[in-house]
Design a protein around this ligand. Sequence first.
Ligand code: UT7
Length: 328
Amino acid sequence: MNHRCCLTALGVYTPEHILSNNDLCALVDTSDEWITSRTGIRFRRKMADTETTSDMAVAAARQALERASLQVSDITHIIVGTCTPEKLCPSVASLTAGKLGAGHCMAFDFNAACSGYLYGLSICRGLLLAEPQARILLICAEAMSRRMNWSDRSTCVLFGDGAAACVLSADANAPLAVLRDVLCAGDGSLGRLITFGGGTEHVRNVGDPIGEDYFLQMQGREVFKHAVRRMADICQEALSRNGLSIDDVDVLVPHQANMRIIEAVGDRLHIAPEKVFTNVADYGNTSAASVPLALDDALGKGAILPGQRVLCTSFGAGLTWSAALMEF
Ligand code: UT7
């Protein structure tokens, strides 16, 4: 059996509309100086009112399929990582499959929040072991703007919308990258640190108002500490179980939540800052889409080159965290 998990191509989509820090100053009591110095974020994308999570997923998927020179009929599974689905049912994956004309392929969503991409790689690696013929579209799509409380300055400045997709198979001839290892972890006892509602927790009746808990709520400082510690630790674990040291890593692509978190993770890992790819300034935190959007951006800018070893890491609600080693 072929044990490879190959990334054939990546595709991305970000909405056209750019929200700058100054735009946010019109909504909440904040400043470009505060946001830039505390987070490194300058811009984020905001989807149009008419756009949906699956619209973004479809756009990213189409680009990935085109770059992989595949038809949608070649795809056996569509798996979407999202914490901001447009409906609880049907899944974004099913809606995406329908819009792409994917026929009878298996389609489902999962929610690992900002760790979605690496959790998704772990799911797909397992699937490819069981079904080596599978050709999987793994998509991460997030409509974070729909769950922002636009009067809460401590959260609404942080997040952005976007989607990224990749095609994964066991047998690609000239893959873009090979997944060497992926580790996923979490601590459900800390779930209260990042939440948003809108599920079946409360009994509701037609016409009931939505409460504040529908929107994202986060204990930023606590999350910050966990994010730094967990991402650094799981990166170390991924390296050591593969007999590697940080010097063997050419590029670190961390979750793009906050520049200060990224720098602190880099410091803990003792990796040179020039080896750490960031684009949080342009997109903010796009949750599950963050790591694959950064990978695509890094490839486009020549920051990741063929033959290089890339370490990715992510952290998010749940709490969830993960690390993956890839060879491009
Ligand atoms: O994807 C994983 C999930 N998210 C994260 O990883 C985010 C993790 N947390 C963070 O990135 C940071 O904790 C934040 C950026 C959210 C906040 O930065 P901080 O340095 O931890 O600030 P803080 O929450 O301790 O707040 C400091 C001050 C407070 O004012 P007082 O109480 O000192 O008067 C806040 O009210 O900054 C204030 N503040 C703001 N001021 C201007 C909070 N948000 C803003 C804002 N503009 N947007």
